[in-house]
Design a binder for this molecule. Structure first.
Ligand code: PGA
Length: 251
């Protein structure tokens, strides 16, 4: 495991201005604790409140990211509704999620995702690249074939940028369902991902897990040796749930 521990929150289409106080509470908690060594806490917010969070100087212990960026290679242009990596850079935003299954199911393909990583790299935005298989692939034991393909198609044009990519393995059947794979399965899966990226891309990858992570299962999940952290959706929306996860992760 790397010395850094990632706890990355994905707020999805949630959060109004007033909800940023949940993040202030978490920021205070981190500030007061001195035993959270290596913690990298990143909140990926909707653009509307991302810009506000990034300009709040009091939030010193949390970093912020977007949940997606445009696949257009140009920084500006006639692309209604899209946000470029240049715009994130302008806000001093350092991270974005790319390839979340909820975006893939809404039309993003591997070529789009590869291009998004290219534009992020151009403007120095680090990428949290989500990969994961659906239930049918899992049942027919094709999980790794599917994930390997996603990794290869997203990364082959981005080899130089690999140090700035965190891989988030998120089985789609686990997102928002409360169902998580067992540790033995996950450790083996992480081993395969890391080995594949080392052999094919010559990189020591950071790999995190996402899918129904909560304070009820973090005690179990934290024992996965090869796991460098977690991507947390629903359980990141309320400070109490997120702080419970942090406490247990470090206990
Ligand atoms: P979840 O979402 O924790 O609510 O399952 C995780 C994600 O989709 O990133």
């Amino acid at each position: 495991m790397h010395s850094k521990k990632y706890l990355i929150a994905n707020w999805k289409m949630n959060g109004l201005k007033g909800d940023l106080n949940q993040i202030s509470i978490i920021d205070n908690f981190i500030k007061k604790k001195n035993n959270l060594s290596g913690l990298q806490c990143i909140f990926c917010l909707p653009y509307t409140i991302l810009a506000i969070a990034l300009t709040n100087r009091k939030l010193k212990n949390i970093k912020f990211g977007a949940q997606d960026i445009s696949n257009q290679l140009s920084d500006f242009g006639p692309f209604t509704g899209q946000i470029s990596s240049k715009m994130l850079q302008d806000l001093k935003c350092k991270f974005t999620i790319v390839g979340h299954s909820e975006k893939r199911s809404n039309g993003d393909n591997d070529a789009d995702i590869s291009q998004k990583i290219q534009t992020a790299s151009k403007n120095h935005i680090k990428v949290i690249l989500c990969v994961g298989e659906g239930l049918n692939d899992f049942k027919s034991k094709k999980s790794f074939i599917k994930v390997k393909r996603q990794l290869n198609l997203s990364l082959k044009k981005n080899k130089k940028f690999l140090k700035n990519i965190i891989i988030a393995y998120e089985p789609i059947w686990s997102i928002g369902t409360g169902i998580i794979p067992n540790n033995k399965y996950l450790n083996n899966f992480f081993y395969k991902i890391k080995k594949y990226l080392k052999d094919e891309f010559k990189t020591k990858a950071t790999v995190i897990y996402g899918g129904s992570v909560s304070s009820n299962n973090i005690d179990q999940l934290k024992n996965i040796n090869l796991c460098d952290g977690f991507l947390i959706g629903g359980a990141s929306l309320k400070s109490k749930n997120f702080i419970d996860i942090m406490k247990k992760y470090y206990s």
